[in-house]
Design a protein around this ligand. Structure first.
Ligand SMILES: O=C(O)CCC(=O)C(=O)O
Ligand SMILES: [Fe+2]
Length: 377
């Protein structure tokens, strides 16, 4: 047990005396033996996950079978039909699940296992990577954006910047001993899977595969999310409603439900499929496709019995590149809807705003009177 300075607040809820303790993460908080959620994590009533009574047991709401894309069929004469399904999934859901992909079950298990062992290390070891600097190649932290969040989320994370590998690797955690090996091999394989899916998306959009080369040197972030069991899961969230910033996110999750997608005005729980990835459209692809595809809000609910882990890989263009609507997708009928954006603008935004839903993307929309038929901003 880790000793933490607690006082009992009004209503018997234990309150920590110092906010510094919260930044050590929820795993640390749980290890101190709490039986109620501290006030720091309690969301205002309208933001709480609303769980109907018969679904209360695992706090997951109604389930959704996302469209399933068989990636292996992209390499067969069926490619055309798979592209049609992919286009429909991107338009109707902004989310899909990929199966029959190039990554072995062993590579996925190895990465999950090393991530689990990282979160099992003593806090002293994990906290070597704790920093408020969002530009560093490795970052251990908690909540969604712990610098800006007024209410904290029930999540700890390890973020690994993956490109270029030879530059970032020396900064990655040296424990567990096999983390660097497992993560470098996972990052390489998932980047290749991302490129296969991105090639298909570019083909559907009809913008030519020239862009694909740019992704070779693109940004790549791997985020290992850890959600410990929560004594009062109805009061908080593992992650608040958000969209991801990149082109595509490829998410590996364990067999514990938790991811919810906002679909037709309702929060729907994604059914995990073993050895599959959940893929979603990010803000940069919404901008690049000039709104033909939309990034979709998603959030994570927690449960009272089992820890949950997920590993998100976020991919985009190189750090210095400008993301703008593809000229092929802007014309008189489809005027340009978004301003140019780059990583610096994104990082400035998240360091100075409390992240709310799709607020960064909203800030990149052109005002209606400036919507342009020409591709030039
Ligand atoms: O844990 C999950 O299922 C989702 C994680 C997520 O949305 C993210 O890392 O951006
Ligand atoms: Fe996300």
């Amino acid at each position: 047990m880790v000793a933490m300075d607690m006082v009992v607040g009004a209503g018997g809820r234990e309150e920590e005396t110092a906010d510094e303790n919260y930044v050590k993460g929820v795993r640390h908080l749980c290890e101190s033996g709490i039986s109620r959620v501290p006030a720091k994590y309690i969301l205002p009533v309208p933001d709480r996950p609303q769980v109907v009574p018969h679904e209360r047991k695992n706090n997951t709401g109604s389930n959704l079978r996302l469209p399933v894309i068989d990636v292996a069929r992209l390499r067969t004469s069926d490619r055309g039909r798979v592209l049609e399904c992919l286009d429909r999934a991107c338009r109707d859901y902004g989310f899909f699940q990929v199966v029959n992909h190039s990554m072995s079950g062993e590579a996925l298990r190895r990465m999950m296992d090393v991530g689990k062992r990282f979160f099992g290390l003593p806090l002293e070891e994990r906290s070597k990577y704790m920093t408020s600097d969002i530009r560093v190649p490795v970052r251990y932290g908690t909540s969604y954006n712990q610098i800006q969040d007024s209410v904290f989320c029930w999540r700890d994370f390890l973020k690994l910047s993956c490109h270029p590998p030879e530059e970032v690797l020396p900064f990655w955690p040296s424990a567990p001993i096999d983390l660097r090996d497992a993560a470098v091999s996972y990052a390489k394989q998932i980047k290749s899977l991302f490129c296969d899916i991105m090639a298909a998306v570019l083909e559907i959009l009809g913008v030519g595969s020239g862009y694909l080369e740019e992704f070779d040197d693109g940004t790549h972030l791997v985020v290992i999310n850890y959600y410990p069991p929560c004594p009062e899961p109805d009061l908080t969230l593992g992650m608040p409603p958000h969209s991801d910033y990149g082109f595509l996110t490829l998410l590996l999750q364990d067999d514990i439900k938790g991811l919810q997608v906002h679909h037709r005005g309702k929060w729907i729980t994604v059914e995990p499929i073993p050895n599959s990835f959940v893929v979603n459209i990010g803000d940069h692809l919404e901008i690049f496709s000039n709104g033909r595809y939309k990034s979709v809000l998603h959030r994570v609910v927690v449960n009272s019995t089992k820890p949950r882990m997920s590993i998100a890989s976020l991919h985009s263009l190189p750090f210095a590149s400008v993301v703008s609507p593809s000229p092929e997708l802007v014309d008189r009928e489809n005027p340009r809807l978004y301003k140019d954006t780059d990583f610096a603008a994104f990082l400035d935004y998240i360091s100075s705003h409390e992240p709310k839903r799709k607020s960064f993307l909203e800030s990149r929309k052109l005002p209606t009177h400036e919507v342009q038929a020409s591709p030039v901003a």
